[in-house]
Design a protein around this ligand. Structure first.
Ligand code: ADP
Length: 397
């Protein structure tokens, strides 16, 4: 009720009430008080009815003459494919639906527009209560696309068909499942080997000192393989957990490259460090791990008698780093997949060199966290160059 009155009306009613109280206090005359109160309020309400309510800012604006929204406009404003099906025919389809199923679907029998047995049943048959669950459609659009179809019933019996793209979710879920399967497999193989040797040693082979020494060496290698794998898995999950936390320290990559060189086989690493290269904004431990992985790969897969060149230079506001080897190189079809977890061009060679198949996946995640870019270029028979670009922190003095 109060919402219907403006502030001025309420103030006036308040003043009338004050006047009525004053009349009562002065004369203790109830009748005069009531006349003041009722008369005053009536006068205020009459005045408000003729002038104030029409301009009351508390009121919603008067309705305009705008025409009601057109359904077609509403459908076109939606970015996911939407179709309206009336008596088995497609009567409306927004642009994303036409792009997915073809412009010809308008007016077409919906069974031809969406060729899918489970979908067709839901689109033309009676909808039983409780069958509103979505239907998963495979192969609509391109073969690897996955869609979820939801159907709602319009007042006139029309079917409102909403297609939701699930391709990204499906790919992420498949990657997660593959990752768990691959990690388990990678751990199970050395573990099975260790258990086998323990059994052999506890039987007759334990008596033979030479054999025991050989088996223990194999067990040690396998245990270290498991350890490297577990360490890389932990690194990967730590880096992923910090994905959205930007690093904030100034890190001098030239210093870090020097440190990494000192820790690895020095002789083969040639440094080509530009002058006055800015620091980058980074996480020192992660950038060191990135360099270790790249230089480690270049040494592992490069020709044993050839140098590995690490270059560092500045290009405007970006710091660039490249690690180049002279090795067998990588056939181009493998390059887009090298940063996938456990992807190896030659699994035997990778394992023989102590590889976990996670090195470049870790590098990719570190570079992403640093808002940088990673590029792998390779020429078969010549060698591979991995380049990193990171935003500069500030120019060196
Ligand atoms: P790994 O532990 O197997 O070395 P990475 O993730 O570091 O795993 O690399 C993935 C794969 O990419 C390697 O198995 C190898 O086949 C290939 N690769 C990486 N770096 C090089 C390189 N410098 N030269 C040739 N192949 C490389």
């Amino acid at each position: 009720m109060v919402q219907g009155f403006g502030i001025r009306t309420l103030t006036a009613i308040g003043l009338v009430a004050v006047a009525a109280i004053a009349v009562f206090l002065l004369g203790h005359d109830v009748q005069a008080t009531l006349v003041t109160l009722i008369g005053g309020v009536a006068a205020v309400l009459t005045a408000a009815g003729t002038s104030e309510i029409a301009v009351d800012p508390d009121q919603p604006p008067a309705s305009t003459d705008a025409p009601p929204l057109d359904l077609g406009d509403v459908l076109e404003a939606i970015v996911e494919p939407i179709l309206i099906v009336t008596e088995g025919r497609v009567t409306q389809a927004n642009a994303p639906a036409r792009a997915l199923l073809g412009g010809h679907i308008l007016g077409q029998n919906v069974r031809l527009a969406i060729r899918h047995p489970a979908a067709a049943e839901r689109l033309v048959g009676p909808i039983a209560p409780g069958t509103a669950e979505p239907i998963d459609l495979v192969g609509l659009g391109t073969l690897d696309q996955r869609w979820q179809m939801r159907v709602a019933l319009g007042a006139g019996g029309q079917r409102i068909v909403h297609l939701i793209d699930q391709t990204g979710n499906y790919a992420a879920e498949r990657m997660r499942v593959d990752f768990v399967a691959n990690a388990s497999h990678e751990l199970r193989t050395p573990l099975a080997s260790i258990l086998g040797y323990i059994e052999t040693l506890s039987d007759e082979a334990g008596e033979d000192a030479a054999l025991r020494g050989r088996f223990l060496k194999i067990m040690d290698d396998e245990a270290r393989r498991m350890q490297r794998l577990v360490e890389d898995l932990i690194s990967l999950s730590r880096i992923e957990a910090e994905k959205y936390r930007l690093p904030d320290r100034a890190v001098d990559l030239a210093d870090l490259v020097g440190e990494v060189r000192a820790e690895i086989v020095k002789g083969r690493i040639v440094l080509d460090l530009g002058d006055g290269v800015s620091a980058v904004t980074g996480d020192r431990v992660q950038l060191s791990q990135m360099l270790h992985n790249l230089v480690g790969n270049a040494i592992k897969y490069g020709r044993a008698d050839a140098p590995v060149t690490v270059r560092l230079w500045q290009d405007a506001g970006m710091v660039r780093l490249s690690v180049a080897d002279q090795g067998d190189g990588i056939p181009s079809e493998h390059i887009p997949r090298l940063t996938e977890r456990f992807y190896r061009v030659d699994p035997g060679r990778s394992r023989a060199g102590g590889g976990t198949g996670l090195g470049l996946a870790i590098v990719k995640h570190i570079v992403e966290r640093h808002r940088g870019r990673l590029d792998i270029a390779s020429v078969v028979g010549t060698g591979t160059t991995v380049s990193i670009v990171l935003p500069a922190h500030g120019v060196k003095g």
